[in-house]
Design a protein. Structure first.
Lengths: 530, 378
């Protein structure tokens, strides 16, 4: 029996484990490329300090990567354990990118990460550099394939429903791969990862600079992070705008909710900076708007309108009533595959099948649905406005703050005076956690904003779950929370320990804390100076 | 390629991925099982761990890819098995948690309690998953209590404890033995001195254990477990619909394929021969040959389970017609073809660069090496 409690718990467990997994992913995506840049500098200049930089930041990369791997396996298991009907219903499409991700990306990343850590003495520097490149490419390719899968959940192109197999089946693989929603998500997500890693390196380097230690090491790291971070922060905003500009139906609904846009406004619509959304009355109690801005971002034109929540609901009302016919016909076809009348009725209404299935939350036989049930289902089609409205705004505000920070960091890097700008160094240090906040909120917008669907317009969340007892999920959720809490504590302890210790953790004898106390730069570090 | 051929190819490919997992991840899981016993002090344990340090993560991808391939090629199997075996899957997953952190975090702090805790973590991460996968196969052979409703939503009606029946536990021991034998033979190639002598002893314990339990399980399947047969006509080229067939149980039905196909009996024969050869080579101190023999044994043992049940993948004990087979639990023609293309392109590449990594890192890992590379080794 698919109770609301079962569905909510399954969602909660997925949200907890996915958001937790994504604490480790962005740093992996970005730090891998920062390691590539540092190592390229090493192979070109042959200066050992750059090798030390690769090895030290690589150590932190490894501590983070271990938990990325650990929590990633959970995600692969969980579709089967807790979302069995989803797995059956869309496995034909959704499984393929996951399997290709394994074959093309995970093997590459995971095989070469071993050589990255342990191959220093067995490979010449160019070969080792190639290993690092392949590791970085592998980790970013895995993001590509998982976001193709996720993009398809938002915008299910290239697939059709088969009543014989009772599932969605792939009809056009390349449409799924080149799905604009997926591509926009990919570039936005990896850019966010690059920002995360850049700020991580920038902030920790600032810590050494503020402490006046390992100056040469920290200065070079800071510069690389500032340059890479500036480009990434710019791209995350520009390409985030690309995610906003989209023609898909799911994005329109999400956009209306994000903007708390109840009415369809004349083009070009205003962008709401601040509002108190009132869901009951379907209006904003207070609001502050910038004229025209949203219409320009959302439609790239001055004349196209963007539908408001009320208009979307009215359309969905029609689609749900249509969908009832599709569900009824499907049930007849399941009993008798050769029922010609049922087939004709099904074909006429099948584009709205998913909308008809929304009613399954309220009644088994959807043909008996009351107007109240239909209205409830219509209301369900709009995700809750306030959490999306605020998550989105905090994310965007942080994005602009990252850009400001990196612009200043780059500017003073070029001028060469950043060491004196204590306020900048402190800002970078204390801002280290913020990219994670932005990234997690971004996922809240993307996935919470997709409700009530797992596959937009195709499969309601309500019938996607495994038909298991809620006791199972209480147990496993408790287990995950327990394991993940301990693992996070362990990870943070190690990360802090090694970040504080700095490059001295490599045991080369050249860095802060490795020589007799006194504060003078160790001899080795002096020799590395320009 | 026609649909029927693709369905059969994917049965083989899933088998190949599972065998790849057993051979590759098997040897580092086997390392984990043996770690607390063959390493008597910190340096020795680190030497043992560092034989797989550059490789365990790549090896684990065999498991992840096998999971992804089951999802993509047999979505109904993935959905039904993972949700039905809920607690078994959670236990395997949580045991696997100990591996990445165990490997990477263990030697980053000097404290002996810390290190020994992670050593036992690696033991759990090495021992529990093979036992669970063996138990899962043991249950598949007996049939699993699940059924589909008319929209193909599965309901599992058994309990976790019912999975732990005597035959399934025996299968778990076979699996654990096989993986530990594999790990011991691998460690023979990569260690020396006292550690080498201990892992050789382990190989000579776990090789025979696997041989005997595998024989016992085979005898049990032949004489004590009812197999399943499809009793209606099926169209192997047809659209997959598990509810379109009828199925019955019959004593000795898991032996049918060995009578029908002359080649089939060579799969278990290969398993026994490879186990015997592995034991012999371990005894003679031929570590490389012992490893290849136990690798072949992994293929033979997993292959025997697959061939015995063919075309069944997951028979249902409570509603036999819901049973999942290679013909009706599969993805669409297009998806299977596409996935085959991806496998043909990437699998040779993967084997190539994995081999290269082993070649680069090859050699004995000694305690002297660990002492000299205290900061960079695991």
């Amino acid at each position: 029996m698919l109770t609301e409690e079962l569905v909510d718990l399954s969602r909660l467990q997925f949200a907890v484990t996915a958001l937790y997994h994504f604490l480790f992913v962005p740093l992996t995506l970005g730090l891998a490329f920062i390691l590539v840049i540092m190592e390229l500098t090493y192979v070109i200049t042959d200066r050992p300090i750059y090798k030390d930089m690769v090895r030290f930041w690589g150590k932190l990369f490894g501590i983070n990567f271990a938990l990325g791997v650990t929590t990633g396996i959970t995600m692969e298991f969980q579709f089967g354990t807790n979302w069995a009907y989803y797995s059956h219903y869309v496995g034909d499409i959704f499984g393929a990118p996951l399997a290709i991700e394994g074959l093309m990306a995970f093997f590459l990343e995971s095989t070469f990460i071993g050589l990255f850590f342990f191959g220093w003495d067995r490979l010449n520097k160019w070969k080792h550099f190639m290993v690092t490149v392949l590791m970085a490419v592998g980790s970013n390719l895995s993001a590509l394939w998982i976001l193709i899968a996720n993009g398809w959940m938002q915008d299910p192109v290239g697939a059709t429903f088969s009543f014989v197999t009772m599932r969605m089946e792939m009809s056009d693989f390349w449409a799924i791969v080149f799905n604009p929603t997926a591509q926009a998500k990919f570039v936005h997500t990896v850019s966010a990862g690059y920002v995360t890693a850049s700020l991580f390196v920038l902030g920790i380097s600032s810590y050494y600079l503020l402490k006046g230690r390992d100056l040469d090491f920290a200065r070079r790291s800071f510069r690389i992070a500032a340059g890479f971070g500036f480009a990434s922060a710019l791209s995350v905003i520009v390409l985030g705008d690309e995610s906003g500009y989209t023609v898909s139906e799911s994005q329109k609904t999400k956009m209306a909710a994000i903007e708390a846009m109840w009415e369809t406004e004349p083009a070009p619509a205003a962008f709401t900076v601040f509002a108190v959304p009132n869901e009951k009355a379907e209006r904003n109690d207070y609001q502050l708007q910038i004229p025209y801005a949203l219409g320009l971002i959302g439609t790239r034109s001055l004349t196209k309108t963007m539908p408001g929540i009320k208009e979307i609901k009215a359309r969905n009302h029609e689609r749900i009533e249509n969908g009832i016919h599709a569900v009824v016909a499907l049930e007849q076809l399941r009993r008798n595959h050769d029922d010609k009348t049922a087939l004709a009725q099904f074909d006429a209404h099948k584009t709205d099948l998913g909308f008809g299935l929304l009613l399954k939350k309220y009644i088994v036989d959807v043909s008996q649905a009351t107007p109240e049930m239909i209205q409830q289902a219509v209301d369900d089609t709009i995700p809750r406005v306030a959490p999306l409205f605020w998550s989105f705004r905090i994310m965007v505000a942080l994005g602009f703050l990252f850009l400001a920070l990196f612009t200043l960091a780059l500017f003073y890097s070029i001028k060469g005076t950043f060491i004196e700008k204590k306020w900048l160094l402190r800002w970078a240090l204390w801002f280290i956690p913020m990219p994670w906040v932005a990234a997690e909120l971004g996922w809240v917008v993307a996935e919470y904003g997709r409700q009530p669907w797992t596959i937009y317009g195709v499969l309601p969340t309500h019938i996607s779950v495994s038909n298991i007892s809620v006791g199972n999920i209480y147990g496993s959720l408790a287990g995950f929370i327990g394991f993940y809490t301990v693992l996070l504590v362990v990870e943070m302890v190690l990360m802090t320990k090694y970040a504080r210790q700095g490059p001295a953790s490599l045991g080369t004898g050249k860095y802060h804390g490795e020589k007799a106390a006194g504060g003078a730069l160790p001899a080795g570090a002096m020799a590395d100076k320009i | 390629m026609d649909y029927e051929t693709l369905k059969l190819v994917w049965w083989l490919l899933i088998g190949v991925l599972l065998v790849g997992f057993a051979i590759m991840d098997g040897h580092d899981m086997g390392m984990g099982v043996l770690l607390p016993f063959v390493g008597r002090n910190d340096l020795e344990r680190r030497a043992v761990i560092n034989t797989v340090a550059p490789h365990w993560d790549g090896n684990q991808v065999w498991f992840i890819t096998a999971g992804g391939a089951v999802f993509a090629a047999w979505p109904l199997v993935y959905a039904t098995a993972f949700s039905g075996f809920y607690w078994a899957m959670m236990a395997a997953l949580w045991a696997l948690f100990f591996r990445p952190v165990g490997f990477d975090y263990r030697s980053k702090i000097q404290n002996p309690t810390w290190r020994s805790t992670w050593d036992w973590g690696l033991f759990i991460g090495g021992a529990v998953p093979p036992i669970i996968f063996g138990v899962a196969f043991g249950n598949l052979l007996q049939g699993v209590p699940f059924q589909f409703n008319d929209i193909l939503m599965s309901t599992y009606t058994g309990s976790f404890w019912a999975l732990l029946n005597p035959f399934a536990l025996l299968a778990g021991v076979v699996s654990l033995g096989m993986i530990t034998f594999q790990g011991a033979n691998y460690l023979m190639m990569r260690t020396e001195g006292a550690i080498y002598r201990r892992v050789r002893t382990a190989s000579l314990i776990f090789g025979p254990l696997t041989f005997v339990t595998f024989a016992l399980a085979g005898w049990w399947v032949a004489t004590g477990i009812d197999g399943y047969v499809i009793t209606s006509a099926i169209d192997p080229n047809g659209l997959p619909d598990p509810l379109a067939k009828t199925v019955a149980t019959a004593a000795g039905a898991w032996m049918t394929n060995y009578h029908t196909y002359a080649w089939a009996k060579w799969v278990p024969i290969a398993a026994f021969a490879a186990l015997a050869a592995g034991i012999l080579f371990a005894r003679l101190g031929k570590a490389g040959l012992a490893f290849w023999s136990s690798s072949l044994a992994c293929a033979g043992i997993i292959g025997t389970a697959g061939v015995s049940m063919f075309p069944f993948i997951m028979p249902s004990s409570t509603d036999p017609r819901s049973s999942l087979t290679v013909f009706d639990a599969v993805s669409s023609h297009l998806t299977l073809g596409l996935m085959l293309g991806a496998t043909v392109i990437f699998m040779p590449l993967i084997i190539f660069y994995t081999s290269w990594c082993y070649k680069v890192m090859w050699g004995k890992v000694t305690t002297e090496f660990i002492a000299a590379n205290d900061k960079s080794a695991y």
